[in-house]
Design a protein around this ligand. Structure first.
Ligand code: SF4
Ligand code: SF4
Ligand code: SF4
Length: 423
């Protein structure tokens, strides 16, 4: 295997292919705290890309309820079990050590094995990554355990709210929104014996060439996030295409301008923002301080990768839910969880302004600027004084043209009383 640098792990790691990096990488941030599980994103994708015969069980975007839900069922439990088994066999510990934290090593050092390294240790001649193929049964129920909490809130007749108090709820669930991560080190690309899967040099989008695919399902087995899916009617695998015509600026809505994808643009909860981040020569992100996705991940550090220990350097980032148990969140998003929740719970002036950019426009924002406004509110949060300012944040598109302008305080519109039901 080749050696590549994985900044999410803070170290070099083994990967079956030589590192090859796009100029800009498609990446997104999902704010779990705001998701209402309406599944509008799921249907925006389905009605655009997967409405045909043979795609009945194919959900490129899905929203599942954690801790029990998953599509396919148990996908993460099974991947974690494979990793754990590999560590036990090798008599190794898996974990993180706090290192010198900097922009290249923001979460410290992961000193366990990745799924690639686990496979290398077991038998380098066999599979390129530890994986498995889900059963038909596991693919059959995309919203299994919807809205099911980890425990009953209290005993019958008990009206206490203890189970639902911060910092951690006693009974909890949260929604996990999932699309393909268009990973920097994609397992699907590495595993395909036909070289049918490729990562585009211009934006890092990972696509399956339908003409080359022979439906061996090695990608389905390899992707730990289970985001490649087999279509029996064509006998090929398919996956999220990152709505590439929109990224290329071919949507008639804004000709020539890169637009956010269908699942991002449709989200009524305003939990999603997407961008194109600049890549460095070793797969790290090049500094782009005022790109909102760069800012949220690298500067504010409120958005974290999903299961970074798998080793794929996924390009999807999540603002973790404030109320879920920290150990559960740490195994899912790594050691940055506590810092991210603390920052999100009492956002500073810049973070609060940038958070307003979520769903402010369908055009991809490449840069933002903040115009300072007056102080409008103050409070004590977690024992500390907190102030809110009605700043204005301006987003700029690819050609540095203004694409949105929003204030921290939401404007109120009062309907004239000539309308029925006017208040
Ligand atoms: S559309 Fe947005 S709010 Fe609704 S389920 Fe999807 S991510 Fe959540
Ligand atoms: S999430 Fe899975 S399907 Fe998507 S790029 Fe990564 S390995 Fe491939
Ligand atoms: S990015 Fe496009 S193709 Fe991918 S899940 Fe979202 S809507 Fe579907």
């Amino acid at each position: 295997m080749a050696k590549v640098y994985n900044w999410q792990l803070g170290r070099e790691m083994s990967y079956p292919l030589e590192g090859a990096y796009p100029d800009r990488q498609w990446a997104f941030v999902f704010n779990i705290n705001r998701c209402i599980a309406c599944q509008t994103c799921t249907y925006a994708c389905k009605s655009t890309w997967t409405f045909s015969k043979g795609q009945e069980y194919m959900w490129w975007n899905n929203v599942e309820t954690k801790p029990y839900g998953g599509y396919p069922r148990y996908w993460d439990v099974k991947a974690l079990a494979l990793l754990d088994e590999a560590h036990q066999k090798a008599n190794m510990r898996s974990g993180w050590t706090a290192g010198a934290r900097d922009v290249q090593q923001p979460y410290g050092l992961y000193d366990g094995m990745t799924l690639f390294e686990g496979a290398e240790k077991e038998d380098p001649q066999q599979e390129v990554i530890l994986g498995y193929e889900p059963t038909d049964d596991e693919w059959a129920t995309p919203n299994w355990y919807e809205d099911t909490a980890s425990a009953p809130p209290s005993k019958p007749g008990d009206m206490t709210l203890d189970a639902a108090s911060l910092p951690e709820h006693g009974a909890w669930f949260f929604y996990l929104q999932r699309v393909c991560n268009h990973c920097t080190y994609p397992a699907c690309v590495a595993a395909c014996p036909r070289q049918a899967i490729y990562k585009r040099p211009e934006d890092g989008i990972v696509l399956i060439d339908q003409a080359r695919c022979r439906g061996y399902r090695k990608c389905v087995m390899a992707c730990p996030y289970k985001k490649t899916m087999y279509r029996p009617t064509t006998r090929t695998s398919e996956k999220c295409v990152a709505c590439y015509p929109r990224i290329e600026g071919n949507d008639p809505m804004a000709p020539g301008q890169p637009l956010e994808t269908r699942c991002m643009a449709a989200c009524p909860g305003k939990i999603r923002i997407q961008g194109l981040v600049k890549m460095g020569p070793d797969g790290s992100w090049a500094e782009d301080r005022y790109n909102p996705v760069y800012y949220l991940v690298k500067v504010a550090e409120v958005a974290l990768p999903l299961y970074p220990q798998f080793g794929l350097q996924p390009n999807g980032y999540y603002i973790p839910p404030r109320w879920a148990p920290r150990p559960y969140l740490r195994q899912m998003f790594g050691p940055g969880v506590d810092r991210a929740i603390e920052k999100y719970s009492a956002p500073d002036r810049e973070l609060l302004a940038v958070m307003q950019l979520f769903r402010a426009t369908q055009e991809i924002i490449f840069r933002y600027e903040i115009i300072e406004g007056p102080k409008v509110f103050e409070a004590t949060i977690n024992g500390r004084q907190w102030e809110m300012y009605n700043d204005t944040v301006v987003g700029f598109g690819q050609d540095d043209q203004e694409v949105c302008r929003v204030k921290v305080e939401e404007p109120q519109y009062i309907r004239p009383d000539k309308h029925y039901n006017s208040i």
